[in-house]
Design a protein around this ligand. Structure first.
Ligand SMILES: N=CN[C@@H](CCC(=O)O)C(=O)O
Ligand SMILES: [Zn+2]
Length: 412
């Protein structure tokens, strides 16, 4: 059975490419004015100008009149920590009072605060909280998502987080990628035995995660006072031996060497990139690794935004993601991410939308099934109310312009 969308004022993000967008291509968002689109089961079956709709045979199970609204691919959020316990607004207030993110982490707050909470929370309760968050994000237009562990920092806690991510995928039917981030921080009991914790990751966590098939990727927080580039490379190499490709947290708080370490181990993506020097930019531009920018994290921590313009102009492939987490980005709203990328980082609206859709899909190696409008791709679509131009989307930041979201061909 199929579903017909008519009177689409603008069908944007039409693309059949396979390679990540960079340079001039990143600024092109092919669109069709006054269009229809046909969905069969969970896939896009056809689209074209309204004037040619009469040539499409068949009966339709349902019909949505888009009334001139814009249709674009649903957001692909390629970096989140969606599974976490509780919240950390007390630290938010501490930061308002002048305590820095690094100081909060050094005194046992931050990631370790979330790890303590998570280890006191049952799998069912974690799932309940994660499901509530995921429902909100779906209504905000997120169709594909990556979810990391990293707030367990114990064998059982890390496994529990990844099992919750698997349950979220099963219940939602969404494409969900899972990433093992045991190397998110050193737990308090390993403060003076960092090597011991790295052994726990490599010798105990990784084999169990691989045996249960719980993760697609391995991630490390490569940062001053967290994991060094050398430790990062060791952990990623061990992950690869278990079939997990690397993706990294790199160059957030300092020029950490994380970008070059990530490229060296063939990371699919290096994420954050608030702190970049010329060497890191040049290395990224010359690599196949995606640079994933997380503007809401920079915003929330009051850090300078990622140098997106310099990265785009150097020819880096760029994705945008929410980094949804309780400490540095307690929002997974990709509409806001796209606005902030334009406002704070000077990406053009077309660049930002491509980075949050097609390049996000590339960052999850799922560009063949989502991230653009193409026949055969998942029918994960955002329908806006009528807007004067595509640029109006990031311009009207804070307004919810979404009229309807369809995921896997089903209206929410
Ligand atoms: N930077 C490291 N990890 C998270 C923040 C984690 C936290 O503060 O809980 C991030 O991506 O921003
Ligand atoms: Zn993160």
């Amino acid at each position: 059975m199929n579903l017909l969308l008519t009177n689409i004022g603008r069908l944007a993000g039409i693309r059949d490419a396979r390679a990540p967008l960079r340079g001039a291509a990143l600024a092109e968002l092919p669109a069709l004015e006054d269009a229809y689109l046909i969905i069969e089961d969970d896939r896009i079956a056809a689209f074209g100008p309204m004037s040619s709709l009469a040539q499409q045979p068949g009966a339709f199970r349902a019909h949505i009149d888009c009334c001139g609204g814009t249709v674009l691919p649903a957001w692909v959020d390629s970096h989140t920590h969606l599974v976490f316990a509780g919240s950390r607004e007390a630290e938010f207030v501490d930061k308002i009072r002048g305590v820095s993110y690094a100081e909060i982490a050094a005194r046992g707050g931050g990631i370790l605060n979330s790890a303590r909470l998570l280890n006191e929370t049952s799998e069912d309760e974690l799932f309940r909280q994660g499901w509530t968050r995921l429902q909100e994000l779906r209504r905000l237009g997120t169709g594909t998502i990556e979810i990391k562990s990293g707030y367990g920092l114990t064998v059982e806690g890390e496994l529990r987080m990844l099992r919750v991510a698997r349950r979220l995928r099963e219940k939602s039917g969404m494409p969900v990628r899972s990433t093992f981030l045991g190397a998110h921080s050193f737990p308090a009991e390993y403060r003076d035995d960092r090597e011991g914790y790295i052994r726990l990751i490599i010798e105990e966590m990784l084999p169990r995660i691989a045996a249960e098939g719980l993760a697609d990727y391995i991630d490390v927080f490569c940062e001053e006072n967290f994991f060094t580039p050398e430790q990062t490379i060791r952990i990623c190499t061990a992950g690869r031996a278990h079939g997990l490709k690397p993706r990294l947290h790199a160059n957030q708080l300092a020029v950490s060497g994380g970008v070059q370490a990530g490229i060296g181990v063939g990371a699919v993506s290096v994420d954050h990139l608030e702190s970049m020097d010329d060497a890191a930019i040049t290395a990224l531009a010359g690599s196949d690794t995606m640079g994933t920018l997380l503007p809401t994290a920079a915003f929330f921590l009051r850090m300078p935004f990622q140098p997106a313009r310099a990265l785009a102009d150097a020819g880096c492939a760029l994705a945008l993601a929410s980094d949804f987490n309780p400490g540095s980005s307690p929002s997974g709203n990709m509409n806001l991410v796209v606005s902030m990328a334009c406002i704070g980082m000077k990406l053009l609206p077309e660049e930002a939308i491509n980075a949050a859709t097609f390049n996000g899909a590339c960052a999850l190696e799922w560009q063949e099934q989502c991230g653009s409008i193409a026949v055969g791709k998942r029918a994960d679509l955002i329908l806006t109310r009528p807007i004067p131009s595509l640029a109006y989307l990031p311009y009207a930041f804070g307004s919810n312009l979404i009229e309807k979201v369809l995921l896997g061909g089903e209206p929410l």
